[in-house]
Ligand binder design. Structure first.
Ligand SMILES: NC(=O)C1=CN([C@@H]2O[C@H](COP(=O)(O)OP(=O)(O)OC[C@H]3O[C@@H](n4cnc5c(N)ncnc54)[C@H](OP(=O)(O)O)[C@@H]3O)[C@@H](O)[C@H]2O)C=CC1
Ligand SMILES: CC(C)(CO)C(=O)C(=O)O
Length: 323
């Protein structure tokens, strides 16, 4: 098996570095300053286990890869970058190799099925950070992260089993599930707080806002007949394999959405997180005004360019109250 990581950022970087460190053949598709840094010095993986400088072969575009039948592609870009990534992979010659969405949100797998027949999903529990080119951090221990993996829309197959063994060897605990999307809908509930985390100062009380977003989402899921599984911090499997663990001198940097703002990435994933709830609400006659409002707020946060954490709790409370 050869693993191709499309999108070497926080998740792709940790997974790619861990796989390469374990001796697995892996190629990253990276861009910008991350690509330059990795080509110059490799990628630095910082974790509760320590620091490792890892050689990670990378290309700038899928067209530089001659695809092989034994390739497995891990899609690790943000949801708003999925469609162009899929189109590039197909144009580069990828056909029926397994494509695994290591992404939050629930829209990527369906989008991928338009291009490829062999689509898999993964629920990703990995507290990963990418702020500096050439360095990725995971605060996960004893394993770097925990994945729940399965075929989309359901079931598991030999590719999942082989990938699980490969990831387990790389210290990324992997659980197979016939109903992987239940885990991903459960994770989506958690990610409704990503934009709250990006808007408020680091010491603000996020929970009271996030709970209201989740309440709306649960009502929407009920109306849509969508099942979901708790994948939160109290999940016993999660406790066993991966807990958020301090690294001396390396603070956690907030959600992946906050990191996008901090890096000036130019876009955020909110339309595929809170926006998914707004969309489902509209489809199933169960309005989700708070989640819908936050998609608009996230667009303004990116457009204003003022950085993360600039909104007070009172200001956000007013948005929740009045729109
Ligand atoms: N970070 C975390 O802790 C967690 C994240 N997730 C999910 O994992 C997924 C990935 O998130 P994360 O790793 O944080 O995101 P990042 O933004 O850190 O990484 C994505 C990387 O992909 C690059 N990229 C995007 N499009 C292309 C392209 N066409 N060609 C080459 N490179 C490309 C981006 O480049 P550029 O920077 O230039 O945009 C970026 O470096 C998301 O769905 C996220 O929600 C899930 C669990 C935890
Ligand atoms: C749950 C959380 C916030 C963990 O980092 C995450 O999935 C993300 O940052 O996108």
């Amino acid at each position: 098996m050869r693993i191709i990581i499309h999108g070497v950022g926080a998740i792709g970087g940790v997974v790619g570095a861990a796989l390469a460190e374990s001796g697995q053949e892996v190629i990253g598709i990276a861009r910008g300053r991350m690509l330059e840094a990795i080509r110059a010095d490799g990628i630095r993986l910082v974790s509760p286990k320590g620091r490792a400088q890892v050689d990670l072969p990378c290309v700038a575009h899928p067209s530089e890869i001659t695809f092989r039948p034994d390739d497995v592609v891990l899609l690790c870009v943000k949801g708003q970058d999925t469609e162009p990534a899929l189109r590039d992979l197909r144009a580069a010659g990828m056909t029926d190799q397994p494509l695994v969405c290591l992404q939050n949100g629930v829209a990527n797998e369906r989008a991928a099925l338009r291009y490829f027949p062999n689509v898999h999903g993964a629920m990703v529990a990995m507290p990963a950070t990418y702020l500096e080119p050439g360095e990725v951090i995971t605060h996960g221990a004893p394993c770097y992260g925990l994945l729940v993996l399965g075929r989309y829309p359901g079931g598991t197959d030999a590719a999942d089993t082989a990938l699980k063994e490969t990831l387990d060897r790389a210290n990324i605990a992997t659980i197979l599930s016939d109903r992987v999307m239940d885990s991903k809908y459960g994770k989506l509930l958690m990610n409704l707080g990503n934009i709250v985390d990006a808007l408020l100062p680091l010491d603000a009380d996020r929970a009271r806002f996030t709970e209201r977003l989740k309440d709306e989402a649960r009502a929407v899921f009920a109306a849509a007949g969508i099942g979901y599984e708790d994948v939160g911090l109290d999940d016993p499997q999660r406790k066993q394999f991966m807990q958020i663990t301090e690294i001396e001198g390396v603070p956690r940097s907030g959600s992946s959405t906050r990191q996008s703002i901090a890096r000036g990435a130019g876009s955020v994933e909110t339309d595929y997180l809170n926006g998914e709830i707004a969309l489902l609400g509209r489809l199933h006659d169960t309005p989700a005004p708070l989640n819908a409002r936050l998609t608009g707020l996230s667009a303004r946060l990116v457009a204003d360019g003022n950085g993360a954490g600039g909104m007070s709790e009172a200001e956000l409370e007013a948005v929740f109250a009045n729109g």
